[in-house]
Design a protein around this ligand. Sequence first.
Ligand SMILES: [Zn+2]
Length: 251
Amino acid sequence: MSFLRSKAIVLKAVDYGESDKIVTFYTQEFGKLTAIAKGAKRSKKRFVNKLEFFSLLDIMLVPSQRSSLSRLDNASLLNPFPPLRENYHRYTGAMLVCELVDQWTRENDRESALFQLFCWCLHDLARNPSLSPTIIYFQVKMFDILGLGLQLDHCLACGAMDPAASPYHFSPAHSGIICSPCARGHGLGLLPLSIPSIKIMRMAQSLPAERLNRLKISRRSLIESANILKLYCQFQLQHEIHSWKQFDLSK
Ligand SMILES: [Zn+2]
């Protein structure tokens, strides 16, 4: 019998039948995948307290010959991130990040850089006093990793980047910014985005994750960035990210 082994973060787990669970992971080695954990509802030994949202695990899987659903053979808990479970605000932040990863990735699309970013984000949400900047930076960098990077260097229509042409607007349909003159007659669906907000998101794109904490984001840029990211998700995915409703951006 061949086994697959990887570090993995639990994105979601649902009960299946009388005794099993279906668990979706984002793994370091294989990207997103779904596995059945046999007896996980009943057995208090094998998987107890392990198959919880955003737990970091070392998992062993047995691939199925007949379906895309692997069988979870074993799971060792590497980090349950206790601070994320003891504080409701931190919990909602971690749930939001799990939903974003789940919604923006496909099964078996390996992206180890996203796994590293996901781990950084959970560690940061567990220890930082302010969570909202981490959520913003995570999304900006996730889009870059997934090849959906937001175009924030220049106006998509005229190619210029001129502060005199502000306010700039974000177009979720075109994944980038449009200057004020070009935005006239462009139609609906644009959100204003100030130059400081554009600058901070560009800096987040270019900095490695471990240096993102050095960025100082204003309250206005935080709200603007969150709004365009929500709109971008809604437009591209054709539905809302539900966890945004629980997460309090003002904290
Ligand atoms: Zn323009």
